[in-house]
Design a protein around this ligand. Sequence first.
Ligand SMILES: NC(=O)c1ccc[n+]([C@@H]2O[C@H](COP(=O)([O-])OP(=O)(O)OC[C@H]3O[C@@H](n4cnc5c(N)ncnc54)[C@H](O)[C@@H]3O)[C@@H](O)[C@H]2O)c1
Ligand SMILES: O=c1ccn([C@@H]2O[C@H](COP(=O)(O)OP(=O)(O)O[C@H]3O[C@H](CO)[C@@H](O)[C@H](O)[C@H]3O)[C@@H](O)[C@H]2O)c(=O)[nH]1
Length: 339
Amino acid sequence: MDSVLVVGGAGYIGSHMVALLVRKGLNVTTLDNLSTGYRDAVKFGEFVCGDMGDSELVSSLISDRDITTIIHLAGSISVAESIRDPAEYYSNNTSRTLSLASVAAKAGVKRFIFSSTAAVYGNPIEIPLDERHPKHPVNPYGRSKWLVELALPDFEAAYGMQYMSFRYFNASGASPQLGLGERHEPETHLIPNALHAALGKRGCLTVNGTDWGTPDGTCVRDFLHVEDLCEAHYLGYRALLGGCSSGAFNLGTGRGHSVREVVEAASEVSECEIPVAYGPRRPGDPPSLVANPEAAMRKLGWRPKRSDLRSIVEDAWVWEQHRAGGVPLEQLLREYKVA
Ligand SMILES: NC(=O)c1ccc[n+]([C@@H]2O[C@H](COP(=O)([O-])OP(=O)(O)OC[C@H]3O[C@@H](n4cnc5c(N)ncnc54)[C@H](O)[C@@H]3O)[C@@H](O)[C@H]2O)c1
Ligand SMILES: O=c1ccn([C@@H]2O[C@H](COP(=O)(O)OP(=O)(O)O[C@H]3O[C@H](CO)[C@@H](O)[C@H](O)[C@H]3O)[C@@H](O)[C@H]2O)c(=O)[nH]1
């Protein structure tokens, strides 16, 4: 059985990734410093608390556990924070990631799967974006990830460590059946913020800008269910094992939804009138980000299965209600008939 190290496995996406890999029968170890993650989100496999920049720790984990693949999902994730404190983003997302990749490559790890972002593209010249679109990130967060993408082919050429860089569009949704979902503090993402407003956990949802050059004036994003996103990583891992060459792939659905559409979906699912305030544009936001996901579909045989907006919001809603009220998940799953 192959042994996989999931770095950042206590985070939102990482915790779903660990659950999927264990279900697929792999030996999984999580490395996470718990800076934004939660120990109790790691429900399967082994957990090691530590930093990806700790070379000695990473090196001993790789050799003691015969790690052949690293799925790297650790990082600092807020565009706004990256503008306020770029040093932290270049340190965590670039330097410590390159330290992790260096130790891995020199220790003989064969595959390195990296969580990149649609933010590497910057302001789109054309929509949908395919992987060849120019990379001109417009904020430090996007640049901190793009620098890693630039380095990974050099690591492959010199040390033979294959890679896949996955450029996520908007990861969203939850796996309430597993007791997993989004727990960012503070929360900045649209869907949880809308649902928190529905639950009365925050005053109102502020819509960041209504004067963008988009059909309804609000930003457009491509929302992908976190389970579909994790499935793509598993298929990427299988493809590398099967002889596929390294590369970068968009992970999105190819379908965009505006902020207003998301608010409507959240109102419908929660059956609550969501209080909304209209604010200015958020610095660093591109108006529209929609993926062309053809390459991942063709090369990895990947198809998003649960990424229609309604399913995403329903899963997130069950999860948020559970968090807010401590209502047992089993009861909520029955009430909402979540499969
Ligand atoms: N959520 C999205 O929509 C989205 C979109 C594009 C890319 N991404 C990328 O996906 C990855 C995961 O995002 P998420 O939403 O799950 O974030 P998250 O904050 O929930 O998870 C990140 C995890 O990494 C851990 N971590 C951070 N720095 C670490 C370090 N130096 N050493 C060890 N562990 C460390 C944190 O404790 C946390 O558990 C990030 O790299 C992010 O940039 C996310
Ligand atoms: O309370 C809120 C929260 C968000 N938004 C807007 O909703 C859209 C989506 O925002 P958010 O959910 O924060 O996601 P993004 O800013 O699109 O960023 C996500 O998606 C990017 C790739 O598309 C990744 O790089 C980032 O890591 C990830 O956080 C943007 O226009 C926001 O300005 C609001 O109007 N009000």
